[in-house]
Design a protein around this ligand. Structure first.
Ligand code: C2E
Ligand code: MG
Ligand code: MG
Ligand code: MG
Length: 282
């Protein structure tokens, strides 16, 4: 393939690079304005009991409705906002919005008991995350148990004593903690043991080929066993088929999330879903 392009290759790639760099700069410029312009949206994906199918909680997932770039998915702007520090402001907006939305679900009596928010490592290191959480919880009049913070495995890498202290402080105010995408990072078992967490979320890369991929099945089994030993709840993310769901139920996973129940929905549609559907297991 490289041969086909011949000597045009260099200029081709350097042009690509130029485009992506200027796009990055432009995107960052827009990103800095996006909170003020009210361009972010929170979508909600139900999480459901694998025991009785009931929808008890939801994960908040951000989308950017950009004037310049259209609808941008988080994978395309979260890394940039982390590198630039913009995530501090964006992440605070996410927490505020999720608390407000949760308060209105409660008023509507929708039976949702918790909302999960993804919190970036950068928010832990560059912001007072405990204050952001408690301020918004108080302002929206909800109880702290209504919030679950999802952290990534990589959170624990640098400055671990301080990182650990912050997690303890988050738990102290009554907020739950889950480790997201579990199995994709490299947690040490001794460290994991010290984390004041409630839940592990098995990454969807292990779920997608269950039960056909023997390795994925074994990895999932090990994660489930680990969680049980440590007294943690488990969520399997990315469940798409009945076959996957049944397998996870047999393994003793207590909570699921995935297209089999619903994709992430804008606020109004999420409320509609809850009004007409209260189980994700037929
Ligand atoms: P995540 O926290 O692991 O979220 C789960 C992702 O899996 C979501 O992608 C969701 O739409 C997708 N998903 C759920 N069920 C299925 C399924 O059955 N099949 C498939 N193929 N995908 C499924 P999304 O919304 O694009 O978010 C991507 C990532 O962006 C998130 O992964 C999270 O790491 C990050 N993210 C999203 N919102 C926020 C936020 O508010 N703050 C931060 N810091 N990161 C966020
Ligand atoms: Mg998540
Ligand atoms: Mg996840
Ligand atoms: Mg994931």
């Amino acid at each position: 393939k490289a041969k086909d392009n011949g000597r045009n290759q260099y200029s081709f790639f350097s042009k690509e690079l130029e485009v992506s760099l200027s796009k990055r700069i432009n995107m960052l410029k827009e990103l800095k304005e996006a909170v003020n312009r009210d361009e972010f949206r929170l979508y909600y994906q139900p999480k459901f009991s694998l025991i009785d199918g009931s929808i008890k909680s939801a994960e908040a997932l951000i989308r950017w409705d950009s004037k310049e770039f259209g609808f941008v998915s988080p994978d395309d702007f979260i890394p940039l906002s982390e590198d630039s520090g913009e995530i501090v402001k964006i992440g605070a907006w996410v927490i505020k919005q999720a608390c407000e939305d949760f308060a209105s679900w409660s008023e509507l009596g929708l039976g949702i008991t918790q909302v999960s928010v993804n919190v970036s490592n950068v928010q832990f290191t560059r912001d007072d995350i405990v204050k952001v959480l408690s301020d918004n919880i108080i302002k929206s009049g909800i109880s702290p148990e209504s919030i679950e913070v999802e952290i990534t495995e990589s959170y624990m890498q640098e400055d671990s004593e301080r990182a650990l202290q912050i997690l303890h402080d988050v738990r102290k105010i009554g907020v739950d903690l889950a480790v997201d995408d579990f199995g994709t990072g490299y947690s040490s078992m001794s460290y994991l043991k010290r984390l004041p967490i409630n839940r592990l979320k098995i990454d969807r890369s292990f779920i997608g080929d269950i039960p056909h991929d023997v390795d994925d099945v074994e990895i999932t089994r090990i994660i489930v066993a680990l969680a049980k030993t440590m007294g943690l709840a488990i969520t399997a993310e990315g469940i798409e088929t009945l076959e996957q769901m049944h397998f996870l139920q047999e393994m003793g996973v207590d909570e699921g999330q995935g297209y089999i129940c619903s994709k992430p929905l804008p606020y109004e549609q999420f409320v509609e879903l809850l009004k007409k559907k209260n189980s994700c297991i037929e």
